[in-house]
Design a protein around this ligand. Sequence first.
Ligand code: NAD
Length: 430
Amino acid sequence: MSGQAHETAGLTGDSLEWDTPLFRTAIEQYRQALEHADVEHAVAERLRFPERAVMLSVPVRLDEGHLKVFPAYRVQHSSVLGPTKGGIRYDPHVSLGECAALAMWMTWKCALLRLPYGGAKGGVRCEPRGLSPAETERLTRRYTSELMSVIGPQEDIPAPDMATDEQTMAWMMDTYSMQKGYAVPEIVTGKPISIGGSVFRTEATGAGVVMVIERACERLGWRLADQRCVVQGFGKVGSVAALELAERGATVVGVSDYSGGVHSDRGLDLARLQRWTREQPLVELDGVDQVTNAELLELPCDVLVLAALEDQLTGENAPRVQAKLIAEGANGPTSLEADTLLAERGIPILPDILTNAGGVTVSYFEWVQDLGRLFWTRNEIRARLSEKMADAFDRVWDLSHDRGLTLRHAALVAGIREVAAALEARGIYP
Ligand code: NAD
């Protein structure tokens, strides 16, 4: 263990293997929220730790013949409310601490949405773009085999995350099913519709982001159709959010991807941008004004949607943000410092565990449909999602106003209270 880890020990009495900067951020948010959550000390202490953290090594035969071994993880934070649920990522930065932090946030997110799940997160430390499809398939199948004893439809249900997708979930479902001897579609969510995936799952996160923005506008006395919006990130979440905003009459004046952003005061032609970004980076598009990602975040606008990656608003750029409302489609896009600065400036932030929860909510619908072997229509799913998002939003908004909390603190307090109430009722075994 590093000297730095020893110096920062003390959060839990001892420094443990998952005690990394991201986990410390999750613990600090938890500590701040606990001040307002009225949770029994023993229960608060229990929820500070992940229930189970698995470290694995995954041997993979590479295409040119030699074997490479990849470190891999799965962390399950809380099984108090039901099976654990969370994504699998393939990324060079995956670590036990990152998985533990993201698993804890998943617990609060699922509880806030009143889904009968706890949080989990896992992944393989690898460079996904350096692996061929055949290597990725072998990696996924061996990783799944190694996890057989800790995952299951009533224990822990994986989903896609960074660099994993429907195909990855199909390989996981097949590997699990082959070992069981029968088809088990409910072992993963985010899989292809042909093997039990749900309609509207791919659009769910972006659509949910806009459902939350729309509700916030109502509470603020604004008309969504009058708002000028900027969307950072034009991927699975950001592109759907931009289109949904435009469908409701809002003007999308800026969007960006990893290459940079585009800007137009009159509003962007989103259909053209979507066609373009299928093959090419945004920065090569002609006939529009270009901006850098840093400039995009500071454009004059009403609503800024963050749908790219973590740590985008920081203590450095938060003072220059001109938006009147910020919506977190991505996980962790606002640093603790930026959070404080924006709160001081009176700019509300619709927090990630509420705003991007449409994805896990429709994943829950997918699991329920698989267990019941009965499938719903797109309109039914959209209506149920809208009801869930509105209910969670209203609880967060009201708590924030009643207790004078930021929306982030209110969302965390609401999520933590749900889990804590269940653990207080169940008691801590034995
Ligand atoms: P994605 O890979 O489809 O899209 C990410 C977008 O961000 C792409 O347009 C990419 O070009 C852009 N991007 C990458 N680096 C950038 C940078 N430095 N500056 C600006 N843009 C950059 O991923 P996604 O599924 O849309 O996920 C985006 C975020 O939403 C992530 O934080 C993810 O964890 C979170 N999220 C996703 C889901 C989901 O259902 N997909 C659910 C909950 C949360």
